[in-house]
Write a protein that binds this ligand. Structure first.
Ligand code: ADE
Length: 249
């Protein structure tokens, strides 16, 4: 899968894409990341990529022509692919959307900056706007990195067996259960006995219950969306009773 990233700051991406799992996926050729500097598509001698807003007001607006020219080049090479603009006005990114995006053959990601982008960029080339959360970043670059990272790890072959996503948070609609590794005891805190028992059925039940408990306590909104199995419903009942018992006792 390819990710073509249109940005005024391509150097921001070195580091996150040159380490660990993403680096390995690029080396294996499973993903291809191309950084395109919008400034390379300016035509004046000052390489102007932004200008003051019509109607006045603070800040600068990214100009339409350089972005359009950069996209034309990509469009010739790639054909029809989604053009996603990162912005706080976009659709909120969640694991469902990540999964859908990972089915694409490639994505063009457009990183906004300054006060915004000339609206005609959206009219002409943007197919989707995505936000990574209800807060404002200085630009779309960090958001584009988040999208690439989350989408890339859904592509077969990107994660090794050790990093399987089957038990991920959100993959099955629940938060993760707690993990432990050696030592067995640290500063008086013990690893839960069941994890040392070798009883795979009991371990599986404990993990499911802990995942449900965390989700119930921290993100009840996720439980509303999930269809719970009979076993999960029973576990949830147990959890609620334990919590009620804790309050009364
Ligand atoms: N650009 C600035 N803030 C953003 C956000 N929250 N999500 C995506 N792009 C952004």
């Amino acid at each position: 899968m390819f990710f073509d990233i249109l940005t005024l700051f391509p150097e921001m991406f070195t580091g996150p894409f040159d380490e660990s799992i993403i680096k390995r996926a690029r080396e294996k050729g499973i993903i291809e990341i191309n950084l395109i500097n919008i400034r390379d598509y300016t035509t004046d001698k000052h390489n102007t990529a932004d200008d003051t807003p019509y109607g006045g007001g603070a800040g600068m607006v990214m100009k339409v022509e350089p972005i359009y020219r950069a996209w034309q080049d990509l469009h010739k090479k790639r054909g029809e692919v989604p053009v996603i603009m990162l912005s706080p006005q976009g659709r909120p990114l969640d694991q469902e959307l990540v999964k859908d995006l990972s089915q694409e053959q490639g994505l063009i990601l457009l990183c906004g900056h300054y006060e915004g982008i000339d609206e005609r960029v959206k009219d002409l080339i943007v197919t989707d706007e995505i936000s990574i959360g209800d807060y404002v970043l200085t630009g779309g670059e960090l958001a584009a990195m988040v999208v690439v990272d989350a989408v890339a790890r859904m592509i077969p072959g990107v994660l090794g067996d050790q990093e399987s996503m089957i038990e991920d948070s959100f993959y099955n609609g629940l938060l993760d259960y707690p993990d432990y590794t050696r030592p067995r005891e640290f500063m008086g805190l013990e690893v839960p006995e069941v994890l040392l028992s070798g009883n795979h059925g009991a371990i599986e039940r404990w993990r499911r219950k802990e995942a449900l408990k965390r989700t119930y306590l921290r993100r009840p909104d996720l439980l509303q969306k999930k269809i719970l199995s009979k076993e999960e419903l029973n576990l949830l009942e147990e959890i609620k009773q334990e919590i009620e018992g804790g309050k009364n006792g």
